[in-house]
Design a binder for this molecule. Structure first.
Ligand code: ZN
Length: 275
């Protein structure tokens, strides 16, 4: 674990040397922020449901409050700007799955990825992660990246800084306590960042990530439609947004089964997102 951490830091340091690695692409439409608006998160607690007593109130204290394993002395600074595409001209792409982990769909997504030897990044919701630590282990154990998608999936731009810090910090905490490594990447729900949220994200040692291809899977348009959207918008360096939680994701799984082998046939290589 520590050795792997050292390698990651080495890669991080090397990546700093790359000049302006991110091709700027137009900011895509907000995550889910379509006509229908966000659907209620299934893991949202019912009124009166107590938050587990063991849940930390904020990011747990380290020698300096608010540090994560990736934000302490010697850590490479995270990226200040949101990453929308991979810095590559090869056919490397990143598949990302948000709003899990979910005991119904996350294992299905993992199964399809495993069958094709593909790597992905999972932006997990903290309150789901804390209920399903085994799924975090399953994701990480298969070589995928576990990243931060806040604790309760709020719109960060509508929260006070202290609440943003709690949303991101608690989620980093549960990931670090479960896997032994703090997440280095975060994605705001609906892709909705502002300067304050970006600053807090950076302060917790995380680089912010967006996407360039929205599979629109959350609208449940049918698996063929999801697959054709992904295939139609694919290009080198694409970051693809899909969901393994937050609702019925059977179409997402079926679509992935269809388009993943075809992307591989076209020479695309799904890779882990790097900070
Ligand atoms: Zn989301």
């Amino acid at each position: 674990m520590f050795l792997r951490g050292a390698v990651v830091v080495g890669v991080l340091s090397a990546s700093r040397l790359l000049p302006a690695p991110l091709a700027h692409t137009p900011q895509p439409a907000m995550d889910h922020k379509g006509a229908a608006g966000p659907e209620p998160h299934p893991a949202a607690r019912a009124p009166g449901t107590a938050v587990p007593a063991s849940a930390p109130d904020g990011y747990r204290l380290r020698p300096i409050a608010g540090e994560t394993a990736l934000s302490g002395p010697g850590a490479a600074p995270p990226r200040a700007d949101v990453t929308f595409t991979l810095p590559t001209h090869t056919r490397e792409i990143a598949l990302t799955f948000d709003d899990g982990p979910d005991p119904r769909y996350t294992p299905e997504v993992l199964r399809v990825l495993r069958r094709h030897g593909a790597q992905a990044t999972f932006f997990v919701v903290g309150e789901c992660a804390t209920e399903h630590p085994g799924l975090l282990h399953a994701i990480a154990g298969e070589g995928h990246v576990v990243a931060n998608h806040t604790w309760t999936h709020p719109q960060l731009t509508k929260l006070r800084p202290a609440a943003v810090r709690s949303e991101l910090g608690r989620t980093s905490s549960v990931i670090e306590e479960t896997l032994g490594v703090a997440p280095a990447l975060a994605r705001a729900p609906y892709g909705d960042w502002d300067a304050a949220a970006l600053g807090i994200c950076n302060g917790l040692g995380m680089s912010p990530v967006g996407w360039s291809v929205d599979s629109q899977d959350w609208t449940r348009p049918g698996s063929r439609r999801i697959a054709s959207t992904v295939m139609g918008e694919m290009q080198p360096g694409a970051i693809v947004l899909s969901h393994d939680g937050g609702g019925n994701r059977s179409q997402t799984v079926s679509a992935l089964e269809w388009y993943l082998p075809r992307l591989l046939d076209q020479g695309y290589t799904p890779v882990r997102l790097r900070p």
